[in-house]
Write a protein that binds this ligand. Structure first.
Ligand SMILES: Cc1ncc(COP(=O)(O)O)c(C=O)c1O
Length: 355
C-alpha cells in the first residue's frame, strides 16, 4: 500500500506531475529543450516575482549550499546554526576551506538579527548563511528582519536556504534582500527529488567573478553565461524531471501563489492547534514553520510505533531528526497536500493514540 507522505520531503507528487515524466526524451542540445528550459525559467521568475538569474541544477539542494559558499566566499563567512541544516552549511563552509564562524542557538530556538549584528560589528564577513525553515526543528528564521539588518552591511551577501519552504511559505526574495536563495524540488514544490533551484542576484554574480575555486559543475558565472548564450544548462540535465517541473509550475500558477501560501498557513495552524491541545510545540513561540510542525513528545508516546500503525492505514509522518528522535516528531504540511488530507491524518493519529 502506498503511504501518503506527511514527511518533510520527499512529499506527495500528484499523478499528473508523475505522468509528465513519461513523455519521450528530447536531446538537451535540441531547440525543444531550449524552449522547455527557458519556459521553466520564465515561469519561475513570474511565480517568485524576481528578475534575478535562476538556475535549475540537476542535483539536490545540498549541492547549491556548497555552491553558494564556493561562489560567494573567498575567506570569511558567518553561518547561523539553529538545527541540523544550519550546522550542515557551517560544516560545508569548513570543508570548502573557508574561515567559517557560527552563531549558534539551542535547537528549537530561532536566530535573531541582533545575534548576527553583534558578529558583523566585530568582523567583516563576506556572507551570512541562514536556513529560513529549519526542517529538523520546525523553526522559521525571521529573514525579513535579518534582510533589513543586512542592508546596513552592503558588502555582506545574504545566502538563504529555503529548501523546505519555497513554494509553500511566502518568501519575498528582493524585499528580504536575499542575494542567493536556494531550494530542492522534493519539498514544497511537490516534485520528485533531483532538481535544485538557485535564485542568484547580480550582486552575488559580480562577487563570484572575483572568487577563485568556484569549481565547474555549479559555477554561477558559468551557468549564467551558458544560459545567456544558449538558453540551456552546461551539463546534461534530468530532462524527465524538467517535464515534471514544467507541469507543476503550470499547476502552481493555476492555484496562485497567495492561495498556495494561505493553504499552507491553514494547514500549519490546524496542526499547531492540535499539537498544542495534545502535546507542546518544539519551536519557540512566534517562529513556527509554515510547512512543517515539530511536536515535543510530552506524552512520551512511542513515535516509531505510531508511525508503524499509521503505515498500516496508508500514512507516513516523521520521527524527530537525529538527536531529537522519539523526543519529538514532525508532521509536514507542504507541497500539494490539502487541509482535508491533513485532517484525515490527524483523525487517524487521534484514533491510534486514543486522543
Ligand atoms: C532546510 C534544509 N536544507 C537543506 C537540505 C538538504 O537538501 P537536499 O536533501 O535536497 O540536499 C534539507 C533536506 O531535508 C533541508 O530540509
Amino acid at each position: 500500500m502506498h503511504k501518503k507522505l506527511f514527511i518533510p520531503g520527499p512529499t506527495e507528487v500528484r499523478k499528473e506531475v508523475l505522468d509528465a515524466q513519461t513523455k519521450p526524451l528530447i536531446g538537451h542540445r535540441m531547440s525543444s529543450f531550449t524552449e522547455l528550459y527557458t519556459g521553466i525559467i520564465k515561469k519561475l521568475k513570474e511565480l517568485l516575482d524576481t528578475e534575478n538569474f535562476i538556475t535549475v541544477l540537476t542535483a539536490s539542494g545540498t549541492a547549491l549550499m556548497e555552491a553558494a559558499i564556493r561562489n560567494c566566499v573567498k575567506e570569511n563567512v558567518l553561518c547561523c546554526v539553529s538545527g541540523a541544516f544550519g550546522d550542515r552549511w557551517y560544516k560545508i563552509a569548513q570543508k570548502c576551506d573557508k574561515n567559517a564562524d557560527a552563531v549558534t542557538v539551542e535547537w528549537g530556538k530561532s536566530i535573531k538579527p541582533e545575534m548576527i549584528e553583534e558578529k558583523l560589528k566585530a568582523k567583516n564577513y563576506e556572507a551570512v548563511t541562514v536556513v529560513q525553515n529549519e526542517t529538523s526543528t520546525g523553526v522559521r528564521a525571521p529573514i525579513e528582519e535579518i534582510g533589513a539588518l543586512l542592508k546596513k552591511y552592503p558588502d555582506t551577501l545574504f545566502l538563504v536556504d529555503t529548501v523546505s519552504s519555497l513554494m509553500g511559505d511566502k518568501i519575498d526574495i528582493t524585499g528580504c534582500n536575499i542575494d542567493v536563495c536556494l531550494t530542492s524540488s522534493q519539498k514544497a514544490f511537490a516534485l520528485p527529488p533531483g532538481l535544485a533551484v538557485g535564485i542568484i542576484n547580480d550582486k552575488a554574480l559580480e562577487k563570484a567573478k572575483g572568487v577563485s575555486g568556484r569549481g565547474h559543475y555549479a559555477d554561477f558565472v558559468g551557468l549564467k553565461d551558458y544560459f545567456d548564450k544558449k538558453g540551456q544548462t552546461p551539463t546534461t540535465p534530468a530532462i524527465t524531471l524538467m517535464y515534471a517541473l514544467n507541469t507543476q509550475l503550470d499547476r502552481i500558477k493555476q492555484e496562485g501563489m497567495e492561495n498556495r501560501y494561505q493553504r499552507h498557513l491553514k494547514m500549519a495552524q490546524y496542526v499547531r492547534e492540535w499539537a498544542k491541545n495534545n502535546f507542546t510545540l518544539f519551536a519557540e513561540p512566534g517562529y513556527e514553520s509554515v510547512t512543517v510542525t515539530c511536536i515535543k513528545n510530552t506524552k512520551n508516546i512511542n513515535v516509531a510505533g505510531l508511525n508503524k500503525e499509521l503505515g498500516k492505514r496508508g500514512f507516513a509522518i516523521s520521527n524527530g531528526y537525529g538527536k531529537l528522535k522519539e523526543q519529538t516528531f514532525r508532521i509536514a504540511h507542504m507541497g500539494d497536500i490539502t487541509l482535508d488530507e491533513i485532517q484525515e491524518l490527524i483523525n487517524n493519529i487521534n484514533e491510534i493514540l486514543g486522543l
